[in-house]
Design a protein around this ligand. Structure first.
Ligand SMILES: *[C@@H]1O[C@H](CO)[C@@H](O)[C@H](O)[C@H]1NC(C)=O
Ligand SMILES: *[C@@H]1O[C@H](CO)[C@@H](O)[C@H](O)[C@H]1NC(C)=O
Length: 137
């Protein structure tokens, strides 16, 4: 399975006008989608609940890497904040929402903003480079 991110730094103008917006960008991966109400979706929602607080409590700039569930229903989230102030958890929580709206049912997505980043993907032991050098900032 080849990793094919759409062009990085392509902001979704539709969403950029929303109240969630600061300056941010979103890329949706084109490999793989999950079904509505699937186990994958439920496991992803759990990540959306726990990852913002975990990111906020980790040291600024360090990555938090979490997966949930059992393969093949094992979504993975890699997030980080630039600082650990009160905006971190909100920034990551908003990132999950923006991904859900902007990349509907896509297993892979990459979100970047000034204060935080979030990458989502399908956990796979065969793709250790899934979160490789794409879109580093
Ligand atoms: C980013 O963090 C700064 C403080 O470090 C805060 O003032 C600003 O509102 C944050 N921006 C967003 C979009 O959360
Ligand atoms: C998903 O669940 C919701 C609420 O239970 C339901 O309204 C919807 O039709 C379901 N969608 C699918 C595709 O099963």
């Amino acid at each position: 399975m080849k990793n094919s991110w759409l062009l990085c730094l392509a902001p979704l103008l539709l969403l950029a006008a929303s109240p969630l917006a600061g300056a941010w960008s979103l890329s949706c991966g084109s490999d793989g989608s999950y079904a509505a109400n699937s186990t994958y979706e439920a496991n992803l929602r759990h990540l959306a609940v726990v990852v913002p607080a975990e990111t906020a409590s980790s040291s600024p700039g360090s990555y938090v890497d979490r997966s949930n569930g059992y393969w093949p229903n094992r979504p993975r989230a890699v997030s980080r904040c630039r600082s650990s102030d009160g905006d971190c958890a909100t920034c990551v929580a908003d990132a999950f929402k923006i991904v859900e709206v902007g990349c509907p049912f896509s297993k892979e997505a990459a979100f970047f903003s000034r204060n935080c980043s979030l990458r989502l993907g399908e956990f796979s032991i065969f793709e250790s480079d899934l979160f490789g050098e794409y879109c580093q900032y």
